[in-house]
Ligand binder design. Structure first.
Ligand SMILES: [Zn+2]
Length: 411
């Protein structure tokens, strides 16, 4: 939250962000209306607009309105003036996107990736990104959003731990910034997916969104009043490690019967192997082949999806009862093949959620398929655009909830 004792520079950044957000929300908009929306003085609006115009991030439309007897040009977001680069590390590939300022995907690249040590992974990624940055025709904001597995210290740009990969204390920002000249903004890849769905996808226009990404693990992103809830120390949303089966198998986290052991991509393949009597030999079985078999009506495949949906449905119903969202989006690679699993999960949620909560929310499959994480990381860069363009020492996205900070009256 904004600290009033933080000084005039922070006040300036806050008000600049406030004006930028109002332009984005009400584009095209007059200076007079901006003053009304932000409750800042006309003089402040003029000063801030005069700072924003030279960056190209906004422009005058050429259309004028009469405000208080004086004609004034309308202002709008100049969506193609700058672009954001985002990348998500998925199990077998990196998905790289470049979006414009409105979040529209202008370019997407899928780069096959091998499972390597963290140092090799981020060195190679940095080299690939350096080549993309060099070749692109788009004017990029000076940062790249990076979606990674695990719990991420976003302030430091470090993966604290990734149960999936067995990584601990990986300094992603430092490793990447050795290879590229852009600042690396690091975030959990599913949290980024939630950001993408909430901004531009199935959760767009909703104030309180829960996004659940089902992949090799299961992670929930919580967006409260449009802002990501990160918990006390970036550990929020780790629903993959809530207990689903009290006496279930041992998890890498040390607990037993964690949700992601019974309801993830890996769990689905293992479960299918067990039910089909393959005694651990699941070589050619994939999540995709199981989903296709289920579509053809194969009983074992359908049973596996039902079992998984039961666990996920209960976990998500619990989240809905706790957080009372108005939008719930379920995505991730396991759901991208068809809507069968989504519909099964939906049925369980409808049975297990309080009617009050259920009647006040929507349940949707993810709008983005395999690029939710990368679009979300680009959105993270966009959140920092003013900090990046105005060279704040640390690019901080200042929350603009609540009343604007009043300027000191001039005497
Ligand atoms: Zn666990």
């Amino acid at each position: 939250m904004f600290d009033k004792a933080a000084g005039p520079e922070v006040l300036k950044q806050h008000n600049r962000q406030l004006v930028m957000s109002a332009i984005e929300a009400h584009t095209p908009v007059s200076r007079a209306r901006l003053a009304r929306y932000t409750k800042l003085s006309r003089t402040s609006i003029s000063q801030i607009v005069d700072e924003l115009l030279p960056t190209g991030i906004i422009r005058e439309t050429g259309e004028s309105v009469l405000t208080g007897g004086r004609p004034g040009l309308l202002l709008e977001l100049n969506a193609d003036a700058w672009h954001a680069l985002g990348v998500e590390l998925r199990d077998t590939e990196w998905v790289v996107v470049i979006t414009n300022l409105a979040g529209k995907i202008c370019r997407q690249l899928n780069i096959p990736a091998e499972y390597k040590s963290p140092e090799d992974t981020f060195r190679t990624l940095g080299q690939k990104l350096a080549a993309i940055i060099k070749q692109t025709e788009y004017k990029l904001l000076p940062a790249v959003g990076v979606g990674v597995p695990g719990i991420v210290d976003e302030e430091a740009g470090v993966i604290i731990q990734s149960e999936d990969r067995g990584w601990v204390d990986v300094p992603v920002r430092r490793l990447l910034e050795k290879e590229i000249s852009l600042r690396a903004l690091v975030i959990n890849r599913h949290i980024a997916g939630g950001l993408a769905e909430s901004r531009y996808g199935a959760g767009a226009g909703k104030s309180h969104v829960i996004y659940v990404g089902v992949d090799t693990g299961v992670v929930a992103a919580l967006l409260i009043d449009g802002q990501l809830y990160k918990g006390h120390a970036y550990g929020s949303g780790q629903i993959g490690h809530i207990t689903a089966v009290p006496d279930g198998p041992l998890c890498s986290c040390g607990n037993r019967g964690c949700l992601e052991l019974v309801a993830s991509g890996r769990a689905l393949v293992r479960l299918y192997g067990e039910k089909a009597g393959l005694s651990g030999n699941t070589g050619s079985i994939t999540v995709e082949s199981i989903c296709q078999a289920a579509m053809r009506g194969e009983k074992i495949a359908l049973d596996c999806l039902e079992e998984m949906a039961g666990h996920l449905g209960i976990a998500i119903a619990n989240l809905i009862n706790i957080f009372n969202p108005n939008g719930v989006v379920i995505g991730g690679s396991v759901l991208q093949h068809n809507d069968l699993l989504f519909n099964m999960i939906k049925k369980v949620i409808e049975q297990r959620t309080l009617k009050y909560h259920l009647s006040r929310t929507t349940l949707s499959p993810g709008h983005f398929r395999h690029n939710a994480g990368s679009v979300g990381t680009a959105a993270l860069v966009l959140d920092h655009k003013l900090g990046l363009l105005f060279n704040h020492e640390r690019a901080v996205h200042i929350q603009i909830k609540g009343a604007p900070i009043r300027e000191k009256s001039r005497t």
